[in-house]
Write a protein that binds this ligand. Structure first.
Ligand code: NDP
Length: 491
């Protein structure tokens, strides 16, 4: 019988390494300094303060950005209130739709510019900003543009009214996409907005400010305040804000909830997660491995719904983990602007330190670590794709959100055990189920306490589909008709 041993390219003297494929950057103009967008004008902050935003892949300073203080927050909220009273609440749904369609189309036209800027400022691979963040951001504006003149059909028999001024605080993992998730439904429903992007990723929100001008959105309908946590805290606490929408850590979400208690302001919170990705022995294993990789290494694991806990049925654990490790060894880690890169830079030094601390705790508690061999760039913030086996449910790496490219593997024997382990978390944002059996998918979907459950896939998003959590993952839904509900008064 012929020898079936696979022949490797290296043994034949072939070099099949990918050649560099850098995305062009000459169409992107980054200014040295950015002000605040208040009342349709770019202004210097009354605080007189600024901060620097850096490229996490190179540690090069990209720009200086204004840091809004309390006075700036007050001016922005006043501008949003005036735009609401005088213009936006009197603008018909069909007119609001026109602006939203314009914004969506301009985003499509300028997609390459946005994708490159997102990657430079945040560290995510260009193929993700280009193929995921940008198309989805435009799709959200298109989708909610469609609702703007149909609110009476969205809520039949009710009289939906806008809430007023919305304060929106967004994180650094999907900067433009989170801005789109928040702005599109708010504007479609007739609210005005003050948006605060995250400190480490302000640039695409600021470019979006230019797009809003290009779309001739009336001044003050959207105001953009860059700054750090204190800016966000001042914004959500402002007495003339009617609605707060926050995406970020559970800790800050809880603080915001305490601030707003008793104020009558409407609140939606989209917080952390520790999703279980559950693989049964009848699942298509190769497909599941792709889903596991996509679930945890997409966007360096900086994903609130990341499949960070792999629950695998004991009978297939060994072959599945072997395949997973082989697949991990093919992931290309490095320059986010290279079109072949799978895993880019960690968003900030601070986040890298958090990942390192949690990974060290996993090793100290007794889990077994595997990282594929790969060279990391000398500068910038990097972390190798990591998988932990031999993880007990009590370990910190099985309980806490790492928000990095780190997977913890646990095993189970029966569906009941899988559900029990999957639900053994303070979070409840998402989950994945891999099985050939449709009835099992439906049964698990009923028993898993998670807002989104993917079947035989993972990390799929669509503007028509609601997204949000249970328990410490927050409350309220974004996307779909549910996302519109958060911005209207139906009483
Ligand atoms: P934060 O929750 O601090 O950041 C989210 C946003 O809230 C940012 O715009 C931040 O501003 C702002 N913010 C910070 N403090 C306050 C406050 N007191 N009141 C109002 N707004 C505030 O997340 P971190 O960046 O600190 O990340 C820490 C951890 O949180 C991560 O390791 C990850 O586990 C989790 N996380 C989860 C996200 C999710 O989508 N579920 C997203 C981001 C983080 P600024 O950036 O300027 O500090």
């Amino acid at each position: 019988m012929a020898d079936q041993t696979p022949v490797s390219a290296a043994s034949l003297g072939l070099d099949l390494a990918y050649a560099p494929a850098p995305e062009a950057t000459d169409h992107v103009r980054i200014r040295e300094h950015y002000g605040l967008l208040i009342g349709g004008k770019w202004v210097e902050p009354a605080s007189g303060k600024g901060f620097k935003t850096v490229n996490p892949a190179t540690e090069v300073v990209l720009a200086e950005v204004a840091e809004a203080g309390e006075e700036d927050v007050d001016l922005a909220v006043k501008a949003a209130r005036a735009a609401y009273d005088k213009v936006w609440s009197k603008t018909s749904g069909a007119q609001r739709a026109k602006y939203l369609f314009r914004i969506a189309r301009i985003l499509q036209e300028r997609a390459r510019e946005f994708a490159v800027l997102e990657t430079i400022d945040g560290g995510k691979p260009i193929k993700e900003s280009r193929d995921v963040d940008l198309p989805l951001a435009a799709a959200h504006f298109f989708y909610y543009a469609g609702w703007a003149d149909k609110l009476d059909y969205a809520f039949p028999g009710r009289q939906p009214q806008p809430l007023g001024v919305a304060a929106q605080v967004i994180p650094w993992n999907f900067p433009l996409l989170m801005a789109a998730w928040k702005l599109a439904p708010a504007l479609a429903a007739g609210n005005t907005v003050v948006l605060k992007p995250a400190e480490t990723t302000p640039l695409t929100a600021l470019l979006l400010g230019e797009v809003l001008e290009q779309a001739e959105l009336p001044p003050g309908v959207v105001n953009i305040l860059t700054g750090a946590g204190a800016t966000g805290a001042a914004l959500v606490a402002h007495p003339d804000v009617d609605k707060v929408a926050f995406t970020g850590s559970t800790e800050v979400g809880k603080a915001i909830q305490r601030t707003l208690a008793g104020s009558g302001k409407r609140l939606t919170l989209e917080l952390g997660g520790k999703a279980a990705n559950i693989v049964f022995d009848d699942a298509p294993i190769d497909q599941a491995v792709e889903g596991i990789v996509n679930g945890i290494y997409f966007n360096q694991g900086h994903v609130c719904c990341a499949g960070s806990r792999l629950l695998v049925q004991e009978s297939i654990a060994e072959p599945l983990i072997a395949k997973l490790k082989r697949r991990m060894a093919t992931l290309r880690v490095g320059d986010p602007l290279d079109k072949n890169t799978d895993v880019g830079a960690i968003n900030s030094r601070q986040q890298l330190a958090r990942i390192e601390e949690l990974v060290a705790s996993g090793e100290a508690e007794g889990a077994e670590l595997y990282q594929p061999p790969c060279d990391l760039p000398a500068r910038g913030f990097w972390f190798r794709p990591t998988v932990f086996t031999g993880v007990a449910q009590s370990y910190r790496i099985a309980q806490e959100e790492i928000f990095g490219p780190v997977l913890s593997v646990l095993t189970f024997r029966t569906p009941a055990e899988a559900v029990e382990k999957a639900n053994n978390t303070p979070y409840g944002l998402s989950a994945g189920v891999w099985t050939d059996k449709g009835s099992r998918i439906l049964d698990l979907a009923n028993r898993l306490r998670a807002g989104v459950i993917w079947a035989n896939t993972f990390n799929r998003f669509d503007p028509t589909s609601p997204f949000g959590g249970y328990k410490e993952s927050g409350f309220g839904r974004e996307g779909g008709l549910h996302g519109l509900t958060a911005y209207v008064d139906l009483s």
